[in-house]
Design a protein around this ligand. Sequence first.
Ligand code: GSH
Length: 346
Amino acid sequence: MVLRHRVMLTLILVVALVVSVNGLAFGQAEPEGKLAEIIARGKLVCGIAGSLPGFSFLDPDTGEVSGFDADYCRAVTAAIFGEVTADNLEFVPLTANERFTALQTGQVDVLFRNTTWTFSRDTDLDGEFGPVIFYDGQGLMVPADLGVSSINDLDGSRICTQSGTTTELNITDAMSELGFTFELVPLETSADTMTAFEAGSCDVLTSDKSQLAALRGASANPSLYTILPDTLSKEPLGPMWIEGDGQFGDVIKWTVYATFHAEEFGYTQGMTAEEIAAVDPRFAGAEGDLGSFIGLSNNFAVNVITAVGNYGEIYSRNLDALGIGREGSLNAMWTNGGLIYAPAWR
Ligand SMILES: N[C@@H](CCC(=O)N[C@@H](CS)C(=O)NCC(=O)O)C(=O)O
């Protein structure tokens, strides 16, 4: 009797070992939690700023949404549904103050809203952050004729900033550390800050440098404004979702990594699935079951690249026109001295 049990147990162990070595079943997962909810609903609901050319901009005339963050919403949609259609992605524009409540109440599934990864957002707000998609830093914009060259010249200045942002907190710290007096002018939207700045209600506009470049670029006469060389903070911008849903988190992380991996190995939006599979069958899902480990199809990564292209393509499409150069910055590929780096696709 005991012997028969032993034989049975050994048999079960051998079968389990063979199955796991071949990767046949153990890692495969059905969609659950947020991912299952999104699939049942038939669309991803993505929180964006909607007002920042280059990052996420809702065109009031056409209703089209463009930008770097918007393309990452499209990337996650393509990972989940295979493609982006007119119906399977809803953009929800949110102000800085609104964004975290919208996430916590389930109004949006994920934020791609130029949101900085910080300790308190990651912990106290129940957030979870994914791979950084843009390494930013806070800057200062002044009228070119103000005759200042750095933050050291800004004692006694009036500073426009946006409420509910890391920007507001950092400028207060930076000016206090210098022992400077200053008047903070907090406003609700970045359009409000630019309007107030252009009207002369403040001497300085402070924001993430990428956003200063976007606002300056969109103004009637960009040469009227100068972005000072100071960088006051680290602003790692990335996707944010609600903590505790490991599968949905993995979907977001590996969607972003797909865009990094594709750039590193030279796969572009114009390539066919067969062309990518010929050189990288695991990435293309022609070999192995990686997609199924996170509730997706095995070719999800190729669907992402077909929908939006690789990281470099997404960057160029949206940010080159703003003059936010990648070369020599933290946003360069790691093989080129930057921090854009994906773990191995295996
Ligand atoms: N990265 C910072 C700033 C994010 C932020 O909200 N930036 C402003 C620009 S200063 C913005 O997106 N404004 C768009 C809007 O509210 O319309 C954060 O996460 O707090």
